[in-house]
Design a protein around this ligand. Structure first.
Ligand code: NAI
Ligand code: MG
Length: 366
């Protein structure tokens, strides 16, 4: 596998170095090609996403991205490289799992009981309000953003969500409990955004007809936010438009142990990019204390993506399962970084994972 590595800025660099150590410890042939992007790159070269980086990304099987620092004030010539990469590579599906992706996490219900959280937000990644169509009118006194929803964009994201639900149904088995986790929830605001979300809703419900075995519900985005904060265990796959998905996935990641554990995949028909949800974290950068588990969770998603394309025989333990289990064990037993209440360094957590991988039985390689 040829992997393009884009560390970026701040703790992006630190967690990607950790991920590279873990990759080298896995029984897997990976060629890593490093490429530059981000604020540091912009200051050195005048562009945040050099053409050479795009080339390196295009000529790799997959991309591992750390995080970049973006200024909140407009800087002439600066564009967020991650948004540009998603568009340039047509990475239309942003997959953000919470909970069972790295390890089972239990939410505490209002009654005090514990519920397994195992949900994934499938966010449309190329259109909606992030289509970049903003303009000023009325001498700068009116600002307008256009929200773009297409049949093609809605169809492909809905199909991604239902395919994922089908796969999850197999994994979850026929148990009656936690049955909400077998369903797809279509989230929109079609009562107000009648044309844009009306189209998204209509197309998603059309796609649902091809998956009669998967339960479907629809929720307005505000109601969905409330349920997600209050009872995350009632969700399985959530499919929604770009901005709603961005916000809802950050709400959801609270139930999975916070930003230090949130991983995501950006998937297109040709390319796939994996990145932690967190940013460059300037407040802790350079101190070696960032939680590497979000980045290591990205490796789990990367391995799963690869295994899906080249299915293994029988029930051999896959590399993704092996790494998922090592992460889960480290979450249970420690060491933990400070965001999880511990005092371990990035390096100590990474070494603990590598140690667990060494002790794990060798998985069968196809
Ligand atoms: P952030 O995710 O960088 O940090 C938010 C808070 O979470 C901070 O207190 C940070 O210390 C903590 N945190 C984040 N990741 C952690 C980890 N792995 N371990 C321990 N603690 C962790 O978000 P913030 O502060 O809003 O943005 C900082 C910079 O990052 C900005 O320039 C922003 O534009 C950029 N950013 C980049 C993203 C990307 O590259 N995809 C995503 C989000 C923000
Ligand atoms: Mg976000």
């Amino acid at each position: 596998m040829k992997l393009c590595i884009i560390p970026g800025d701040g703790i992006g660099v630190e967690v990607i170095r950790a991920a590279q150590r873990v990759l080298r410890a896995l029984p897997l042939e990976v060629e890593m090609v490093e490429a530059a992007a981000g604020w540091g790159t912009f200051q050195e070269t005048g562009t945040a996403l050099p053409e050479a980086t795009l080339e390196a990304a295009r000529s790799s099987d997959a991309i591992l991205f750390g995080a970049v620092a973006s200024p909140s004030h407009p800087v002439p010539g600066y564009r967020s490289p991650i948004v540009a990469l998603r568009r340039a590579l047509d990475l239309y599906a942003n997959i953000r799992p919470v909970g069972a992706a790295a390890a089972p996490v239990r939410s505490v219900s209002r009654e005090g009981g514990q519920n397994l959280v195992d949900l994934v937000v499938v966010r449309e990644n190329t259109e909606g309000l992030y289509a970049g169509r903003e303009r000023l009118e009325d001498n700068g006194n009116t600002a307008i953003a256009e929200r773009v929803i297409t049949r093609r964009g809605s169809e492909r994201i809905a199909r991604t969500a239902f395919e994922l639900a089908r796969e999850r149904a197999t994994r979850l088995g026929p148990r009656k409990s936690e049955s909400g986790q077998r369903k797809v929830t279509i989230v929109h605001k079609a009562n107000i955004l009648r044309l844009t979300d009306g189209l998204f809703r209509e197309v998603a419900l059309e796609v649902a007809r091809d998956y009669p075995e998967i339960a479907v519900e629809e929720l307005l985005v505000d109601t969905a936010a409330m349920h997600l904060a209050q009872s995350p265990e009632r969700f399985g796959v959530i499919v929604t438009t770009n901005l709603f998905g961005d916000i809802l996935s950050d709400v959801a990641c609270i139930h999975g142990g916070g930003l230090g554990l949130a991983s995501s995949a950006n998937i297109g028909d040709q390319y796939a990019l994996f990145e932690p949800v967190h940013g460059a974290a300037p407040d802790i950068a350079g101190r070696g204390i960032a939680n590497p588990l979000a980045a290591l969770g990205c490796l789990v998603l990367l391995l799963e993506w690869k295994e899906r394309k080249q299915p293994q025989r029988g029930d051999a333990t896959s590399l993704s399962q092996m790494l998922r289990e090592a992460i889960g064990a480290t979450l249970r037993e420690g060491p933990h970084t400070s965001d999880l209440g511990g005092d371990a360094t990035t390096e100590e957590v990474t070494s603990a994972i590598i140690e667990k991988l060494r002790k794990a039985p060798e998985p069968e390689t196809p």
